[in-house]
Design a protein around this ligand. Structure first.
Ligand SMILES: Nc1ncnc2c1ncn2[C@@H]1O[C@H](COP(=O)(O)OP(=O)(O)OP(=O)(O)O)[C@@H](O)[C@H]1O
Ligand SMILES: [Mg+2]
Length: 270
């Protein structure tokens, strides 16, 4: 990192907090869950930020806040230095194109009633970036980019393997040429050998298209295989942050040490 230059991050959280208030009556009166609690983070062009933390630590909630799918209770999510809440319509549209998500379960994130080609092309149709034959051409192109036979465009998600489905989900995220992809446990539902193939695909896409990733996992080994920088989340807060692998060599927070002690070593995946 060049410390002499001040670069505006692509995507940032500034003191972001999210409280869930569910239920009615006595359930509502119970203390709200503070799922994300005063989080600061910044993602720069082309970098991979790893976010690691145990189940329930607030990773998915933070992902949804950064993707604009949830509004923060307090604090600010910023795209290219400007608050999402105050983006003019044109910039808000650009934000929705530039920041995409890949979810844990492609079976849940892909519509079972849609053919693969329509699924991949849909964001282009919604954003009115292509129509008719151009949609089919684009879908075929991006299926090829993620290593799939474009003939799979005619299939339904149930007719694909888990790894193929996740490639379709990645192709769908890519068609809008995003600058950031938020990957929430993108390989957790896959077999080990397929996990490695998908990680390799993500790394290749980053090299070819200069995409930044927020790579979320509860698996320290996976995060350390891909991330330039790692944030450790615990009970809604970022408790430690460091370069990869420096963070592992000198963990300062007790939670990070616990995480390291209980993890398969970071070297396992590399
Ligand atoms: N829609 C919701 N309504 C109420 N509480 C929620 C909601 N979503 C998440 N929570 C709570 O917020 C906290 C953080 O959940 P979140 O899903 O963000 O964690 P996570 O780190 O992604 O966990 P996992 O590793 O299991 O995916 C948990 O206590 C969870 O029960
Ligand atoms: Mg989650």
């Amino acid at each position: 990192m060049d410390g002499s230059r001040v670069v505006t991050p692509l995507l940032a959280a500034r003191g972001v907090t999210k409280c869930y208030r569910n239920g009615a009556g006595w359930a509502r009166a119970a203390a709200a869950t503070r799922a994300v609690d005063g989080v600061d983070l910044a993602i720069a062009e082309g970098e991979t930020v790893g976010l690691v933390g145990e189940s329930g630590s607030g990773k998915t909630t933070l992902a949804h806040l950064l993707a604009g799918l949830l509004a923060p209770t307090a604090g600010d999510v910023q795209f290219e230095g400007r608050s999402l809440a105050a983006l003019p319509p044109d910039d808000a549209r650009r934000f929705r194109r530039s920041v995409q998500m890949v979810f844990q379960s492609p079976l849940l994130s892909l519509d079972p009633r849609w053919r693969v080609g329509d699924t991949v092309a849909e964001p282009l149709r919604i954003h009115r970036l292509a129509a008719g034959g151009a949609l089919r051409e684009q879908a075929a192109h991006w299926l090829t980019v993620v290593g799939l036979d474009p003939a799979l465009a005619a299939r339904y998600p149930r007719e694909l393997s888990g790894g193929q489905r996740q490639r379709v989900a990645i192709a769908r995220a890519l068609v809008l040429r995003p600058s950031v992809i938020i990957c929430d446990e993108p390989v957790a539902s896959l077999d080990l050998s397929v996990q490695r193939q998908i990680l390799e695909l993500l790394l290749r896409l980053q090299a070819d298209h200069r995409i930044a990733y927020l790579f979320i996992s509860h698996h320290l080994g996976l995060v350390s295989a891909v991330a330039h920088r790692i944030l450790v989340m615990h009970r809604g807060r970022i408790v430690e942050e460091g370069g990869n692998p420096a963070l592992f060599q000198h963990p300062t927070h007790p939670y990070t040490r616990t995480l390291l002690a209980s993890a398969i070593t970071p070297q396992t995946m590399s």
